[in-house]
Design a protein around this ligand. Structure first.
Ligand code: FE2
Ligand code: FE2
Length: 181
């Protein structure tokens, strides 16, 4: 298996989450209100799965190793764009979290920011995924030897194995902070 295979499989789950979020968005746009609990769920998915688990492996393993290769101008350019996309996703998710909190506290106008952020995110992810799946992942595999590809794949498995422990260490830290307050 190639190191891009787990990443492409992860894209399919991200697409499922985007599809269900799109359906919610249509309802919210018609009704003029949102569902803070659904937003919590979507934000947790984006931050933990799409960003830490998925973008984490892209940035810390695949892009890191690619940066050591003599990339063509086109590939260098796409990689910079992909990194910028990841940063934009983080910022937009942070805006969504703030607006969701404001909405919960009774700021009805926050619904407009929420709808804006959700719309931007559901339009962004499919384009970002298409860029990787169709224009980047497969051609950049040519920069690597079989051994290098195997090493990346193994590192991805280790990354995932460690992540579950990291996530729940964070949960405990947050629980401790909550009780100390
Ligand atoms: Fe990405
Ligand atoms: Fe990706």
């Amino acid at each position: 298996m190639m190191p891009i295979s787990p990443l492409m499989i992860e894209h399919r789950l991200i697409e499922r989450m985007i599809d269900v979020t799109k359906r919610q968005l249509q309802r919210w746009e018609t009704g003029g209100q949102t569902d803070p609990l659904f937003i919590d769920l979507a934000v947790d998915f984006i931050r933990t799965y799409a960003d830490r688990c998925h973008h984490g492996k892209e940035e810390d393993i695949l892009f890191r190793d690619l940066a050591r290769k003599p990339l063509s101008n086109e590939h260098k350019h796409i990689m910079e764009e992909l990194l910028e996309d990841h940063r934009w996703g983080r910022e937009t998710t942070a805006r969504l979290v703030n607006a969701n909190e404001a909405y919960r506290k009774g700021d009805a106008k926050a619904v407009f920011t929420i709808l804006d952020c959700v719309k931007a995110l559901v339009e962004f992810y499919p384009k970002h995924i298409e860029k990787e799946d169709r224009h980047f992942f497969i051609p950049v595999m040519d920069y690597f030897s079989e051994e290098e590809k195997d090493a990346m794949l193994n590192e991805e498995y280790e990354f995932d194995r460690d992540l579950i422990h990291e996530i729940y260490r964070d949960y405990v830290t947050r629980a401790e902070e909550h009780v100390e307050r």
